[in-house]
Design a protein around this ligand. Structure first.
Ligand SMILES: O=C(CO)[C@@H](O)[C@H](O)COP(=O)(O)O
Length: 224
């Protein structure tokens, strides 16, 4: 099977017991912690910042932390998140005045770098910065909230980005975020994604391991 990564979005975790809940989901078989940073400016919701990322590291979380910045401006938070233990930092091109500089800043701070595309954001910028990308994240919902429905048009966009990545010959993860569930993950993988953010699908269930196993068994059905 392809090397697929499952990244639970802790937006849907139990904030009152965050360390415990994140440890539980990683022990249940998740690969990456997806850490949604919202500023009530770029998106209409407010979550957490570098202090909470550091608190998870101090608690003993060693899994990669995938920081998705839904903030504007972006740059001042990058050193803070790198210091706090982020592994991957992604941001929205609309939120940075200088996308190339922001990507370079992430890499200078020792993290993997990625761009995030909203459902209506065009993809043309990728060709200008592909040499600096470790991750491309396609939003399959409008950012700001968990529990929304997957926007079907994302499947076509995933196919386009998969073709761009394959043609580049570069090792770039194609991540998808929003409305990913057991019953659509295979279709999303078949369109080209290899990293799956899932919040409500995992954290709303009593048995995280069962959901993650069901997702992996759906992924095992995808033709290579
Ligand atoms: O970034 C976001 C929303 O802005 C996501 O990470 C959601 O948190 C995913 O939640 P589900 O759609 O899986 O419930």
């Amino acid at each position: 099977m392809k090397d697929y990564l499952i990244a639970p979005s802790i937006l849907s975790a139990d904030f009152a017991r965050l360390g415990e809940d994140v440890e539980r989901v990683i022990s249940a078989g998740a690969d990456v912690v997806h850490f949604d940073v919202m500023d009530n400016h770029y998106v209409p919701n407010l979550t957490f910042g570098p202090m909470v990322c550091k608190a998870l590291r101090d608690y003993g979380i060693t899994a990669p932390i995938d920081v998705h910045l839904m903030v504007k401006p972006v740059d001042s938070l990058i050193p803070e998140f790198a210091k706090a233990g982020a592994s991957i930092i992604t941001f929205h091109p609309e939120a940075s005045e200088h996308v190339d500089r922001t990507l370079a800043l992430i890499k200078e701070h020792g993290c993997q770098a990625g761009l995030v595309f909203n459902p209506a954001t065009p993809l043309h910028i990728i060709e200008h910065v592909i040499d600096k990308l470790d991750v491309i994240l396609l939003m399959s919902v409008n950012p700001g909230f968990g529990g929304q429905s997957f926007i079907p048009h994302t499947l076509e966009k995933l196919k386009q980005v998969r073709a761009i990545i394959d043609a580049s010959g570069r090792d770039i993860r194609l991540e998808v975020d929003g409305g990913v569930k057991v019953d659509n993950i295979a279709e999303v993988a078949a369109a080209g994604a290899d990293m799956f953010v899932a919040g409500s699908a995992i954290f709303s269930q009593p048995d995280y391991q069962l959901v993650i196993e069901q997702m992996r068994s759906e992924l095992a059905k995808v033709a290579q």
